[in-house]
Structure formats: C-alpha cells, structure tokens
Design a protein around this ligand. Structure first.
Ligand code: 9UX
Length: 68
C-alpha cells in the first residue's frame, strides 16, 4: 500500500534548493516526491515501502542539504 513519509531538511533557502532536493530524492527507486516546502523545510514523499532513512539522507546530502 502506498504510504507517505515526511522529513525535515535544513539549509534550503530558495526554489533552486527545492528543485535540487526534488531531483535527488526523486532518483531513489520507488520514491515519488510529493512536496518540498521551502518555508517549513519539510520533504514529503510517497512510496510502496518505507525507504531506508540513510538513502533519503544520502540524496538530501547529495543535493547539498541536511536531514534534521
Ligand atoms: Mo541558491 Mo538555494 O545557491 O541554495 S540554490 S540559495
């Protein structure tokens, strides 16, 4: 069953940051990025299975930000 999960990200300050996170996290197999909210720093994804937190962390760091 499809589930959503949310993560808090620190360091995003503009829409380019949002796009970088959307791009990198969207490359995790099976993960769809539902939203990246610049103001709150919250990333929400959907997937059939909960992705490994370390995979999400790696993608966020690849984009240049930190998982809180
Ligand atoms: Mo511009 Mo957002 O450098 O980091 S992409 S502020």
């Amino acid at each position: 069953m499809k589930m959503t999960s949310s993560y808090e990200i620190s360091g995003m300050t503009c829409e380019h940051c949002v796009r970088a996170v959307t791009q990198e996290v969207g490359e995790i197999p099976g993960v769809t990025v539902e939203s990246v909210d610049l103001d709150s720093g919250f990333l929400t994804i959907s997937s059939q299975q909960l992705p490994a937190r370390e995979d999400v962390r790696a993608a966020v760091e690849e984009a240049g930000y930190e998982l809180v």
